[in-house]
Write a protein that binds this ligand. Structure first.
Ligand SMILES: Cc1ncc(COP(=O)(O)O)c(C=O)c1O
Length: 253
């Protein structure tokens, strides 16, 4: 695309680890190469850290997993631990310096709202004081191991992916053909999919599990303990019986 579009491209914007579309972790060389290729074409690299940022991956930011410093980062959710609505865009000094002399004409009604910004500062202090980023890395390993236990036990678990406390369990009707239980079309159609039913069953067992199309999204608070992870895994374990059973009836299709 960059070759085709030439110098009309201002920037390439990516989530370092794709969140809602299924917790997609790229190969290690992907983000460094993307930055290199973007810069070769005079384009900036923007990392969307709205989901992956602030410890979710066990690093401060998703791009840290790949040792890449983007030119611009966007952030929200974890910036205040979601206690106040706050989003921010961070740029390198080089980009910031440009605006010492050039007007950046942009505004929001509540931009820089003191209450939200105070929550942002408090959240960042708390991440540091309670070592929540390192914690996410440690308990994240444990969560990954427990998800592998589920994968071994349940035939309807297809791929499992993730880093730290940012993990996904993909469900499949057919392990060899990797037929998904839920598709993009299902998402915009009325009615519920088997994946929705799995989430609903987990909720009955006391654990809220978001799902997106065909993936259960496992992204607990960074303060979660190993005991709480076990409790959640038990609930997901019970819920996966729903997809295992649905699989038996459809596995020939
Ligand atoms: C990765 C990602 N980027 C951007 C957004 C949108 O963020 P905002 O609502 O702060 O504009 C979301 C919202 O869920 C998101 O998950």
């Amino acid at each position: 695309m960059l070759e085709l579009e030439g110098d009309t491209v201002a920037a390439v914007l990516v989530e370092p680890i794709v969140g809602s579309n299924g917790i997609l972790v790229p190969p290690d060389e992907y983000l460094p190469r993307l930055k290199e290729i973007a810069h070769d074409h005079g384009a900036l690299l923007i990392c969307d850290e709205v989901m992956a940022g602030f410890g979710r991956t066990g690093e401060w930011f998703g791009c840290d997993v790949f040792d890449v410093e983007p030119d611009i980062m966007t952030m929200a959710k974890g910036l205040t631990g979601a206690y106040q609505p706050l989003g921010a865009t961070i740029v390198t000094s080089e980009i910031a310096e440009h605006f010492e002399e050039n007007m950046f004409c942009h505004g929001h009604t509540y931009a820089g709202h003191p209450a939200a910004v105070a929550a942002g500062n408090a959240a960042i202090d708390t991440y540091r004081e309670e070592n929540l980023i390192e914690r996410a890395s440690e308990v994240g390993e444990y969560l990954g191991e427990r998800i592998e236990d589920l994968a071994e036990k349940h035939p309807s678990v297809g791929d499992t992916r993730g880093v730290g406390l940012f993990r996904g369990i993909e469900l499949t009707k057919h392990p060899e053909k990797r037929v998904p239980f839920g598709t993009r079309e299902d998402k915009i159609s009325p009615g519920s999919t088997v994946v929705d039913e799995v989430s609903a069953r987990a909720k009955e067992h006391g654990t809220y599990v978001a799902n997106m199309i065909n993936t259960l999204i496992i992204a607990p608070p960074l303060t979660i303990t190993e005991d709480e992870i076990d409790e959640a895994i038990d609930a997901i374990d019970a819920a996966l019986e729903v997809s295992d059973a649905a699989m038996d009836s459809v596995s020939t299709t």
